[in-house]
Design a binder for this molecule. Structure first.
Ligand SMILES: NC(=O)c1ccc[n+]([C@@H]2O[C@H](COP(=O)([O-])OP(=O)(O)OC[C@H]3O[C@@H](n4cnc5c(N)ncnc54)[C@H](O)[C@@H]3O)[C@@H](O)[C@H]2O)c1
Ligand SMILES: [Fe+2]
Length: 386
């Protein structure tokens, strides 16, 4: 019998080619008058921003822009965003960009009302709220941040800290795959692997919140993205592949928002925090090694998922599918052009001990892993990945 569960998600999800053109009407319909539009400097140069700002102006909104978001947003950037919201007397926030811009927007919307501080909000369920009305528009098909109650920042000591609260679910997630057509191949690959990891880890999560809705979403996400990631990397203007990646990443986001991720993310965070390796690439570097380690206990789950991504694995026995899944994922990331080893991205061997210490601090994530991870295990996984 199905165990009791609760599944939370965003109230309104708008998806479709060209839908970004409706951003002004969607914001106005939700009462936005003076939004702070949060994005990063890289996106300012892409030609995606001007049409969005024009649509907001045409709908009569007075928009201010905060475009100083950095990848793996440092705490200081969130504080600058908070200042910008105050200076504009913002009554709403629009996050437009990759996970870094969306996570910053979530936190600015929360902190701008003055009831929370960043330090006190860290952890699960510690934010008090309220927050400003919030719309999130992803331009990468990766984090799923537009549908998760999570925001990740980097502290002054290079640690990744998360705020997890239902207050961070936006009022509306607006997804237009056309916004991802110009995403460079390397970003497409890294962010796409991140999204696939979300689906895999959500499905195999040892969390008590693992639930059948998340598993159904994760399976569909893997079906869509397993069939599309290589096409999206090889030909960025393949509109069908882009749509499948954006839809898949959003479904995976909903899945892990309710059935949380585990050791791949726990071991990836020290790589991003200390060496400024993009989040998706950090995940890709440890993914096959964590899957191999987990296969001892999560074998049946991986046996189920492996043929969804690699249909030829339906032909082999279920026992062999866990390791074959790990091999297949490693080959997939290499075919997508991602470097396979920690040394390839400049991580020195003598950093592995420090990274293992840091990974062990991610107890929020490690408790969800289908196999217990000791510090020795974390080090062995980094050794295998080096
Ligand atoms: N909130 C969550 O649930 C969640 C989940 C996973 C990861 N994260 C966080 O999200 C962040 C990573 O986000 P990300 O992987 O989306 O990358 P990102 O937001 O850091 O963006 C990566 C780069 O891609 C560029 N870019 C984005 N969209 C583009 C487009 N359409 N065309 C051209 N360039 C574009 C950006 O300018 C930037 O240089 C990390 O901080 C990570 O910890 C959050
Ligand atoms: Fe992630």
């Amino acid at each position: 019998m199905t165990a009791p569960f609760t599944f939370n998600t965003v109230g309104s999800i708008v998806f479709g080619s060209g839908k970004a053109g409706e951003i002004g009407a969607l914001a106005a319909a939700r009462g936005f008058r003076r939004p702070l539009f949060i994005t990063d400097p890289g996106l300012m140069g892409t030609g995606l921003i001007d049409p969005a700002l024009s649509a907001l102006a045409e709908a009569g909104l007075e928009t201010a822009i905060f475009s100083e978001v950095e990848a793996d947003p440092p705490e200081a950037i969130v504080r600058l965003g908070q200042e910008a919201a105050r200076a504009h007397a913002a009554d709403s926030v629009i996050g437009f960009g990759g996970g870094s811009s969306l996570d910053t927007a979530k936190l600015v919307a929360l902190l701008a009302t003055g009831n929370d501080t960043l330090e006190a909000a860290y952890g699960i369920g510690n934010a008090k709220g309220p927050r400003l009305p919030l719309m999130l528009v992803p331009t990468t098909a990766g984090t799923g941040s537009e549908v998760t109650p999570i925001a990740i920042v980097t502290t002054e000591t290079s640690e990744k800290m998360g705020v997890v609260s239902p207050l961070l679910l936006p009022d509306v997630a607006l997804l237009d795959p056309d916004l991802t057509l110009g995403l460079p191949a390397a970003v497409t690959a890294a962010t796409g692997v991140d999204a696939m990891v979300h689906a895999i880890e959500a499905h195999a999560s040892a969390s008590v919140n693992n639930n059948p809705v998340s598993r159904a979403l994760a399976r569909e996400a893997l079906r869509l993205m397993g069939g599309a990631i290589e096409r999206a990397v090889a030909n960025g203007s393949d509109a069908d592949a882009r749509a499948d990646m954006l839809l898949g990443s959003m479904l995976a986001g909903q899945a892990f928002a309710n059935s949380p991720v585990a050791a791949v993310h726990a071991l990836a965070y020290p790589i991003g925090g200390h060496f400024h390796i993009p989040h998706g690439l950090s995940n890709a570097l440890v993914l096959p090694h964590v899957i191999r380690f987990n296969a001892a206990t999560a074998g049946p789950v991986y046996a189920d998922l492996a043929p969804i991504v690699f249909p030829q694995l339906a032909e082999i026995g279920t026992q062999a599918r866990g390791p074959a899944f790990a091999d297949g994922l490693q080959e997939l990331t290499i075919r997508c052009g991602l470097p396979p080893r920690l040394r390839d991205v400049g991580i020195p061997h003598d950093a592995l001990h420090m990274m293992a210490d840091d990974a062990m601090k991610q107890t929020r994530l490690l408790v969800n892993n289908p196999r217990e991870v000791t510090r020795g295990d974390a080090l062995a996984i980094y050794e295998a990945a080096w």
